[in-house]
Design a protein around this ligand. Structure first.
Ligand SMILES: [Ca+2]
Ligand SMILES: [Ca+2]
Ligand SMILES: [Ca+2]
Ligand SMILES: [Ca+2]
Length: 511
């Protein structure tokens, strides 16, 4: 008998097994194998090793199993015997060696032995990665793993297949950096979203060659590149190794509720300042958008400027009509809102596409009273301010009149030079009778070539009667011509100061 002395409760089958094993064996069918269903153990998991008959089933009445295990990494926890050899007869666990002898509860006759004979559970006490030999067949001489039959003459020897490598991994994957957070304008197509392509981080692991990376939004798997306007969406990438260890990276996509648009506008005429600001208004649909546009003069005949502004990301403005004007200085010009798919950035946000508003014609300057035409009433408004000083810049909140059409003010207020002169009058004269271009509704305001002085008074335009230079009771083109020739108007009172910008003047409204 090669097992240690059995206990007094040893069953009769044990003696049969022991005696049959003494006859020796021959490897004539099947073999014994070690395997595990889970070679990747996460923290807290146990290693469960199956001892089984591999290949052809054999007839047997008992088995003995001898295993060596790495006691620095494992400790034996428990066993079960799910197969036909279901009767534990002897068991010993000591110093990295586990032994068990099994019989059958059905008696001392052979049963078909196939599949799993024993399931042995080990606690994991030490770290290991991709380790072989954690558990292996052991023993020597007669104390080896084997199956015996009742006759004792046909004992099957096994131990052919070892457990193979097993990994216990408590180290999370290492991920590359998350893509940068994105600040976007809504795409200029009314979709109420922006496309943002985020380059996913990659992951490596101490054990796995390719940790699985899952991308989620708000906890749901979602790989869409479309992000809703007016919201900040957080994308999370989670890398998981085969042992369930995880690492995460995240990035946010902040999409404005608005799309970005750009106004390019020209103003015709000989401007003086190289750079000045003008308040400009865009009317499209039911929206009126006030803007302040920085203007520059690359030539002596024209100023140009541009400014970005916002339009709702939930509407498509492409092909809409927009009317653009400088409310203090011009009549309006129209533009068809265009769409550009060229990406860029505006302010702190990027865009995939944007709207372009670019009136074909330059704004006609010379409208001093904010109505729809440049006519004799603008001349009379100009005459009141002529000879005075005005700020160089106007903005979307400035209140007129502001008849320094040619931007000749030095902007400091310290100069004694006059800002409103006949050079400004030339803008009005050149564009005399120009009228608004409109989107849809026809502008039926007729420009006036002349007006009676008493009608000016009736209209509340007190002071403007001084524009009747020749005193004939009319303000008309004759008076304009006289002024162009240098005739000075007679001021109503010597001390009356001209109106200046940013002072409310109720005449500056459209009729
Ligand atoms: Ca790992
Ligand atoms: Ca006017
Ligand atoms: Ca001027
Ligand atoms: Ca006159």
């Amino acid at each position: 008998m090669f097992w240690p002395e059995p206990h007094s409760r040893v069953r009769s089958s044990y003696l049969l097994i022991a005696s049959s094993l003494a006859f020796g064996w021959s490897a004539n069918a099947g073999n014994l194998a070690l395997s595990t269903a889970d070679r990747y153990l996460k923290a807290g998991e146990q290693l469960v090793v199956a001892v089984s008959v591999e290949g052809q089933a054999v007839d047997g009445v008992g088995a003995q199993i001898v295993l060596n295990y790495d006691a620095t990494k494992l400790s034996f926890a428990s066993r079960s015997t799910p197969g036909a050899l279901d009767l534990p007869i002897y068991e010993l666990d000591s110093a990295g060696v586990y032994k068990i002898a099994l019989g059958t509860s059905t008696g001392n006759t052979d049963v078909e032995v196939a599949g799993t004979i024993a399931l042995l559970t080990f606690n994991v006490t030490g770290e290991f990665a991709d380790a072989s030999g954690l558990v292996s067949f052991g023993g020597s001489g007669r104390v080896v793993s084997k199956i015996s039959n009742a006759a004792g003459s046909a004992v099957v020897l096994g131990a052919a297949t070892d457990l193979g490598p097993v990994t216990r991994d408590v180290t999370a994957p290492v991920m590359t950096a998350a893509p940068s957070n994105r600040l976007m304008w809504a795409d200029a197509n009314g979709s109420g979203q922006a496309v943002a392509i985020l380059t996913a981080p990659t992951a490596t692991d101490n054990v796995d060659s390719a940790p699985v990376i899952v991308r989620t939004r708000a906890g749901n798997v979602d790989s869409s590149d479309n992000f809703p306007a007016g919201a900040i969406t957080t994308v999370v990438w989670t890398a998981t190794d085969n042992c369930g260890n995880q690492a995460t990276r995240s990035a946010s996509v902040d999409v404005s509720a608005s799309s970005i648009a750009r106004l390019d506008v020209g103003m015709a005429g000989a401007f003086v300042a190289n750079n000045f600001n003008r308040g400009v208004e865009i009317v499209t649909g039911s929206e009126t958008i006030p803007l302040t546009v920085p203007m520059a003069c690359p030539s002596s005949t024209r100023a140009i400027g541009n400014v970005d502004f916002q339009l709702s990301g939930a509407s498509d403005y492409a092909a809409d009509c927009a009317a653009i004007r400088d409310p203090l200085h011009s009549v309006s010009r129209t533009a068809t809102v265009a769409y550009s798919a060229i990406p860029g950035s505006s302010g702190s946000r990027d865009y995939n596409s944007r709207y372009l508003v670019n009136p074909v014609s330059d704004l006609s300057i010379g409208n001093a009273n904010g109505d729809a035409v440049i006519d004799i009433l603008d001349f009379s408004a100009f005459v009141v301010q002529r000879g005075g000083q005005l700020p160089l810049d106007t903005s979307s909140s400035s209140v007129g009149p502001h008849t320094d059409f040619n931007a000749s003010s030095d902007g400091t207020g310290a100069s004694t030079a006059l800002d409103v002169t006949n050079a400004d009058l030339s803008f009005l004269a050149v564009n005399f009778f120009a009228g608004d271009e409109t989107c849809g509704a026809f502008n039926n305001q007729q420009p006036l070539a002349r007006i009676r002085v008493k009608d000016l008074r009736r209209m509340g335009l007190v002071g403007q009667e001084m524009a009747d230079l020749n005193g004939d009771g009319w303000v008309d083109t004759t008076d304009i011509a006289l002024m162009m020739q240098g005739v000075e108007p007679r001021r109503p009172t010597p001390t009356q100061a001209p109106n200046v910008a940013n002072v409310t003047n109720t005449s500056n409204t459209r009729r």
